[in-house]
Design a protein around this ligand. Structure first.
Ligand SMILES: [Zn+2]
Length: 398
C-alpha cells in the first residue's frame, strides 16, 4: 500500500492519494467507503456500478461478520476470497468489523458493542484468532484489527478495559497476520481525551499501515468530538492514512476532514435512501455560490435534501437535481420516484440510492478541490452557514 499526502489546507485538512498493491486504480482522499450488506451495496444492483463515478465508487466497506453464517470460510477461501465471490474484480474491499447500520447502542447496552455481535443464531463473541481466519479466507485489500468500542457514556473503568482489550487484540491480530491486505490498527478511548491520546500513541508504535478510529458516532456530541479527534490525530504520524467510522452527516464529514481524516465509513446514504430523502445541495463552487432555500413545510427539506415521499412531488416532472449526471436524474422524474414510493416498489430505493451515492461522492470531490485550492475552511464555513440559514428559515416558516 502506498499513501501520499498531496496538499494541506488550514492546518490539518489534507488531500492525498491511496494506492493499494492489488488494485490498479489510485483513490484520491478524503474519500467515502460505500456501505454494503453481505458484501454488496444494499440497493444498487451490480449492473449499475459502472454508472457511478469511478474510481471514487470503488471503495466498499465490508463487515466480515456478515459472512459468519451460511457460506463457510473454507468455501470463500476456495473461491479465492471476497472479490471473486462477489464478482468485484476491481473494487477495493475494506474489512471493518463494525456494522454501523445496527451498532447504535442504547443506555442499557454499554457492553453490547465491540467484538460481540448479534447474529440470527444469537450473540457471538469473535476472538482475534477467529477474526484472522475470516481475513485470511476473505482476502480484503485493507482490514482493521478487532476493537472493543464503547459508547460515550461508558464508565471510566469500562473505557480503560476497552482500550486494554483493543491493544491486546491488535497485537494478536498482527502476530497471526498472513499478509492479506493492508492492516489498519484500531484506536478507541471513548470520551476521555487522555485515554484517546494514550491509545493512539500505543497503536502508532505498532507495525500497521494505517489507523482506524473507532468509538465515534456512539453518543458523543459534535462539540465533545473536536478535542477527542485532536488528541488522536496529534498522536499519529502524518504519512499514514486514517479511516473513521460513525461520522456521516455532511457537517460531521467536514469536521473529520478538518481534523485530518482521510477515509470515511458511513451509512448516511443508506439511511437517507431508506427514509425517502434525496440529496440536493449544490455541489459546484459551494465556496462562492450558495442556493437560497425556498421554505416549504411539505418538502421535508433542511436545505441539503428533499423527501421524495412528500405529496408536493406527485406531479413534479423535473429530475431530482437539474444537470445531475447520475442514471436516475438522466432518466427519471421526481414524480415517478414519488409514485414508486406510494406503491411500495423497491425500485424507488434503487433509483434514490444511485442518485444519493452519485451526489455524496461529488461532495467528497468538492472537499478535495477545496483542500487543493487551500480554501477548505472557507468551504466548510459556507456549507455549515448555509445549512444553518436554511434550518432557521424553515423554522420561521412553520
Ligand atoms: Zn442524480
Amino acid at each position: 500500500m502506498k499513501f501520499v499526502v498531496k496538499a494541506w489546507s488550514n492546518g490539518k485538512a489534507r488531500a492525498g492519494v491511496l494506492q493499494l498493491g492489488s488494485c490498479p486504480h489510485p483513490i484520491e482522499t478524503p474519500a467515502l467507503l460505500l456501505t454494503t450488506r453481505k458484501g454488496l451495496p444494499v440497493f444498487i444492483p451490480p449492473d449499475h456500478f459502472p454508472s457511478l463515478p469511478s474510481p471514487d465508487s470503488l471503495l466498499f466497506h465490508v463487515s466480515p461478520l456478515h459472512f459468519l453464517e451460511g457460506i463457510s470460510l473454507k468455501a470463500i477461501s476456495n473461491i479465492g476470497g471476497l472479490h471473486p465471490l462477489l464478482g468485484l474484480r476491481d473494487h477495493i474491499l475494506v474489512a471493518v468489523p463494525r456494522d454501523s447500520i445496527i451498532s447504535i447502542p442504547d443506555h442499557d447496552s454499554t457492553n453490547r458493542i465491540g467484538a460481540s455481535f448479534e447474529t440470527p443464531s444469537g450473540r457471538m463473541l469473535i476472538k482475534p484468532a477467529e477474526y484472522m481466519e475470516m481475513i485470511s479466507s476473505m482476502r480484503p485489500n485493507l482490514w482493521t484489527t478487532l476493537a472493543d468500542e464503547v459508547p460515550a457514556w461508558a464508565s471510566e473503568k469500562r473505557n480503560k478495559a476497552s482500550v486494554e482489550r483493543t491493544l491486546r487484540w491488535l497485537d494478536e491480530c498482527i502476530i497471526s497476520n498472513s499478509k492479506d491486505g493492508a492492516v489498519f490498527g484500531s484506536i478507541v478511548g471513548g470520551s476521555r481525551v487522555e485515554v484517546r491520546q494514550s491509545c493512539a500513541q500505543e497503536v502508532s508504535r505498532r507495525n500497521v499501515e494505517g489507523f482506524w478510529i473507532g468509538g465515534f458516532g456512539l453518543g458523543e456530541s459534535m462539540e465533545e468530538r473536536n478535542p477527542l479527534l485532536s488528541a488522536v490525530m496529534d498522536s499519529l504520524p502524518e504519512e499514514k492514512p486514517r479511516l473513521i467510522s460513525g461520522l456521516g452527516l455532511p457537517e460531521e464529514v467536514l469536521q473529520g476532514v478538518a481534523a485530518g481524516i482521510d477515509l470515511f465509513d458511513s451509512t448516511y446514504i443508506y439511511h437517507l435512501t431508506l427514509g425517502g430523502f434525496a440529496l440536493t445541495f449544490p455541489l459546484e463552487r459551494i465556496v462562492t455560490q450558495i442556493t437560497k432555500y425556498q421554505p416549504n413545510s411539505d418538502s421535508g427539506s433542511d436545505g441539503t435534501k428533499i423527501n421524495l415521499k412528500a405529496t408536493m412531488y406527485r406531479k413534479d416532472t423535473s429530475p431530482i437535481v437539474d444537470n445531475c449526471k447520475c442514471y436516475t436524474c438522466q432518466n427519471h422524474t421526481k414524480a415517478y420516484i414519488n409514485h414508486l414510493f406510494n406503491v411500495h416498489e423497491m425500485l424507488a430505493h434503487i433509483l434514490l440510492e444511485i442518485h444519493n451515492t452519485h451526489h455524496y461522492l461529488g461532495f467528497f470531490c468538492s472537499i478535495r478541490e477545496a483542500i487543493q485550492e487551500g480554501k477548505f475552511e472557507q468551504f466548510r464555513q459556507k456549507f455549515v452557514g448555509s445549512r444553518r440559514e436554511h434550518l432557521f428559515s424553515a423554522a420561521l416558516s412553520i
